[in-house]
Design a protein around this ligand. Structure first.
Ligand code: SAH
Length: 393
């Protein structure tokens, strides 16, 4: 077993059980990509067992802080069992849920979603990559399922020096699936969709949005960055008379249209606009259009804190336009899924947008990822998805 020695004082975050060690904290030692190493303080004390990432700024990711624990097949099975047991305690109103959520489940670099009888995994770190076959077997054994599709095509792999890999890891068959979420039916293709095919993290917020549309009597809804129309189906279920989905992905919009039909809503109640959201908001403003409710669920404008400033301007822009496009008393569901934008900063950005638009908003709900995408108190980076539900004042 190779040993990595840290620089003096650089053990602090590991002592708080935060699982990352950055490149600059390593004094000496090296290993192959994904190899398990023993990490020690400058004084030679044991800190953790970790996976070594020779190419990444995050040089080490802790697997275990217990010196007696061995990192082997049984270790991965224990962690996966624990992740599954946590989900079993949640009331998840869907047959799709996140089974393993990386660091929060003690498995850095590993994301696993379950859609019915199909598992979809993303191996995004050198350590997860190295243990792929062991993890795949443990996932099937722990769930009793037979199909596991790999979607290791996230950008994070590049930072680890890993090439994209997709395809069936275990089992095979159709990649097109149907999902039940709340009372709705939604479809996805695990081979083609964004991430693992669908945004499971917005499940609870879609339910709340449906309820809010009903409660506040919203008739016209603009769903920006709609992807396959999850919030649009929610709006229709909440009684909206007319919903517009806006996205720059044609295939996603085709699926949004299909979802309207699949859930037995009249096609005349829905429009899909293949367009840029910012340009669309400006055009609507020029045309004097107004909406009773607007959803803003943009992609990650700030992948890291370093991009926060530019991202902040982009968030502020669309939020200001949305405030202007809302009817008096209208409902805004606004999100950021950028790890680099804290909930506090997001609040400030939305406040600034309101100020520029000359309106205030009542905060009627605070939103975050569904609990099967857990955050733990030790890992603040896990708080990536935050949202505010506002009523235009
Ligand atoms: N709200 C969705 C998830 C949104 S993900 C859901 O509930 O499933 C972000 C979406 O924004 C993606 O579908 C992507 O295609 C779209 N997108 C990214 N940039 C865009 C832009 N400038 N204009 C319109 N859509 C954009």
């Amino acid at each position: 077993m190779k040993t990595i020695r840290l620089r003096p004082g650089k053990e602090r975050s590991l002592l708080k059980r935060h699982p990352w060690v950055f490149e600059g904290s390593v004094a000496r030692g090296g290993a192959d990509a994904g190899e398990t190493v023993r990490v020690e303080s400058a004084e030679g004390e044991f800190l953790c067992w970790a996976a070594f990432s020779p190419k990444s700024q995050i040089r080490l990711r802790a697997w275990s802080f217990d010196e007696a624990e061995r990192i082997d097949a049984a270790f991965f099975r224990r962690r996966i069992d624990q992740a599954i047991a946590m989900r079993a305690r949640l009331a998840i109103a869907s047959d799709g849920w996140r089974l393993v959520h990386g660091e929060a489940d003690g498995l850095p670099g590993l994301v696993v979603d379950r859609y019915g009888d199909t598992l979809v995994a993303q191996f995004a770190s050198a350590g997860a990559e190295r243990w792929k076959a062991v993890i795949a077997d443990a996932l099937l054994a722990a769930t009793g399922l037979a199909r596991l599709y790999e979607r290791s095509d996230a950008q994070a792999r590049e930072w680890e020096g890993l090439t994209p890999q997709t395809g069936w890891l275990r089992g095979d068959g159709e990649t097109a699936l149907t999902l039940r979420e709340h009372d709705w039916r939604l479809t996805l293709d695990v081979a083609e969709g964004h991430k693992t095919g669908y945004y499971l993290d917005q499940r609870d917020s879609r339910r709340r949005f449906a309820d809010a549309v009903r409660q506040y009597g919203c008739q016209t809804v603009l769903n920006c960055f709609s992807y396959t129309g999850g919030f649009s189906v929610a709006a229709l279920a909440g009684g909206a008379s007319h919903v517009v989905s806006v996205d720059s992905s044609g295939p996603a919009l085709a699926r949004a249209n299909a979802h309207v039909a699949l859930n037995d809503f009249d096609a005349s109640r829905h429009e899909a606009w293949d367009a840029d959201v910012n340009a669309t908001l400006r055009r609507c403003l020029k045309e004097g259009r107004r909406f009773d409710a607007i959803v803003l669920d943009p992609p990650k404008f700030a992948p890291t804190a370093a991009h926060a400033e530019r991202a902040a301007r982009a968030y502020k822009d669309i939020n200001r336009l949305a405030f202007q496009l809302l009817e008096a008393g209208g409902l805004l569901y606004t999100f950021s899924c950028s790890g680099g934008i804290s909930p506090d900063l997001f609040h400030k950005i939305v406040a600034g947008a309101g100020l520029d638009a000359g309106v205030d908003g009542y905060i009627v709900d605070r939103l975050s990822a569904a609990a099967d995408h857990p955050q733990t108190v030790r890992f603040p980076e896990g708080d990536y998805l935050k949202g505010l539900a506002l009523l235009k004042r």
